[in-house]
Design a protein around this ligand. Structure first.
Ligand SMILES: [Zn+2]
Length: 504
């Protein structure tokens, strides 16, 4: 009987937003429900990620022994603190040492982790594989297409494959692709070589992701290359833009079977196509918060959405920014009908709970979690409702069917209905308004803290979507940030940014 091949698998999921106020700690990873070590990582039977894809393929082969290493995850937040990097590095190293001899690795580093001290944390962790396993063991990586791809990640790995959809619906499939590349490499059928061309583009994800428009055309272009002989994996990484790091920018990356010239030619062709499409990739226009309210008041029909992408909770923002609410309260007399807003604010909720429905109260709301971008707003309103969460998770923004909110209070301030919750909520959930007896689809104006999530829960009913240019950590107006570590010029944050393919 021939000896089994031992394959290490695992992944680490996090995107680091350089503008978030709080660094990510080791505890953020350890208290997350999906962080696990060794055999426990395969215990999550509901896993639908790259690790599930790795296991799905590898389990079919009797000569393979799966060696689960680490699965760590935390919500999008700021840079990784040194202690978080130390925790991940130590856990990975320990896992590898306990695993003993390994013949190959399938790993999902996601590709968008930046540290307070180390810019490329993913590359830093992949180096642990090399330090522990040596240079010869194949390491196949899966990446989010929002990876900020670095030279180090490519140099230390054997091949990379990235998601090909946004929203990401091919995550398991990406794991399957990686595992098949590893098996073929171990069998001597493939000798992967990689070419990458970085493109100086820095853009928020378009509303329709890869479903339509210029980004879809670019993805269709390289996905069609699967049919070319010797192409193993072509990918486009349009980057995670809210990261101020030296290797920021899009990446066209092509892995071929020992054909450097082909990999290079296709990566250059894709990079050139991205650059030529740049004006079609620009985000939807935004207007000032006051202008947004004015336009919403004049728009026909209902509901009219006003979105504040800069304060999107799932993207690392606090969700309690008051700039849009302040504009709404100043101008609500122009709105013919109800205008809705939500803020997470445990202090305000606790104060309001000591009152009764019908009381009129003056208090400061919001603006407490990140005072760099706004301040608390003093409002006077009548308490319409005091209730308790959870609410239904309408948009599947989290894994559970219900979203914890803590206590919920609804204030009536002229024609504005302000819902305050004890906890922040992932995604724009219509249920937060329904919970207090308001049907948001029948309101004239609904203000939402969302980038593209509104498409899921409000997209089918919204009569218009107006984007407010508010300050915050996830602004779609990237000119709002000081990208002092990013290579310049960069389109579109620099005027007349110019670029040509690098010389061969
Ligand atoms: Zn992503």
């Amino acid at each position: 009987m021939s000896k089994k091949l031992r394959i290490g698998i695992g992944g680490i999921w996090h995107e680091s937003n350089s503008f978030c106020i709080r660094d990510v700690t080791a505890e953020d990873f350890t208290r997350h429900g999906r962080t696990a070590f060794g055999g426990d990582i395969l215990e999550h039977s509901e896993r639908r990620d790259e690790v599930a894809g790795f296991a799905e393929v590898l389990r079919q082969h009797r000569h393979i022994e799966i060696v689960p290493l680490i699965s760590a995850e935390t919500w999008i937040a700021g840079h990784l603190s040194s202690d978080a990097v130390g925790f991940l590095e130590g856990s990975l190293r320990r896992g590898l040492r306990e695993a003993g001899k390994l013949d190959g690795i399938c790993f999902a580093p996601h590709g968008a982790m930046a540290g307070a001290a180390i810019a490329d944390v993913d590359g830093h962790l992949i180096n642990v594989f090399r330090e522990e396993l040596g240079p010869g063991v194949p390491v196949i990586l899966t990446l989010d297409c929002h990876a900020v791809l670095t030279r180090q990640m490519l140099d230390l790995s054997t091949a990379v494959v990235a998601y090909r959809t946004h929203p990401h619906v091919d995550v398991v499939e990406t794991g399957v692709r990686a595992a098949n590349i590893l098996l073929d490499t171990l069998a001597g059928k493939l000798r992967p070589v990689t070419a990458m061309v970085k493109i100086p583009l820095l853009l928020p994800p378009p509303d329709d992701g890869t479903k339509s428009g210029a980004l879809k055309e670019l993805f269709d272009k390289f996905i069609a290359w699967d049919r070319i002989d010797n192409v193993i994996a072509a990918s486009l990484c349009p980057s995670y833009p809210w990261q101020n790091v030296p290797e920021q920018g899009w990446a066209a990356v092509v892995v071929t079977n020992h054909d450097v010239a082909l990999a290079d030619r296709l990566a250059r062709e894709l990079a050139q196509a991205c650059w030529e499409a740049r004006f079609r990739l620009l985000p939807e226009p935004m207007v000032t918060p006051h202008e947004a309210v004015r336009q919403a008041a004049l728009a026909k029909g209902f509901p009219i959405l006003i979105t504040d992408s800069a304060d999107t909770v799932g993207s690392g923002a606090p969700g309690d920014n008051t700039v849009l609410l302040a504009a709404l309260l100043e101008m609500c007399h122009e709105v013919n009908g109800l205008a809705l807003a939500h803020l997470p604010d445990p202090e305000a909720v606790s104060r309001l709970k000591s009152h009764r429905v019908g009381d009129t109260v003056t208090l400061r709301v919001g603006g407490k979690r990140d005072t760099r971008y706004c301040s608390p707003l003093t409002v006077t309103g009548e308490i319409l409702c005091i209730t308790e969460g959870p609410i239904t998770n309408d948009g599947k923004f989290i894994a559970e069917p219900m979203a914890e909110t803590g206590s919920i209070v609804c204030l009536s301030i002229q024609n504005v209905r302000l819902v305050l919750t004890e906890r922040e909520i992932m995604g724009p959930q219509p249920s937060v308004f329904r919970k207090v007896g308001i049907e948001p689809f029948e309101a004239k104006v609904v203000t939402l803290k969302t980038g593209i999530g509104f498409k899921v829960t409000y997209g089918h009913v919204a009569k218009a979507v107006i984007r407010a240019d508010c300050p915050g950590v996830v602004s779609y107006n990237l000119r709002n940030y000081d990208f002092n570590r990013v290579p310049r010029p960069m389109f579109p944050i620099d005027d007349n940014a110019h670029w040509e393919l690098p010389a061969r």
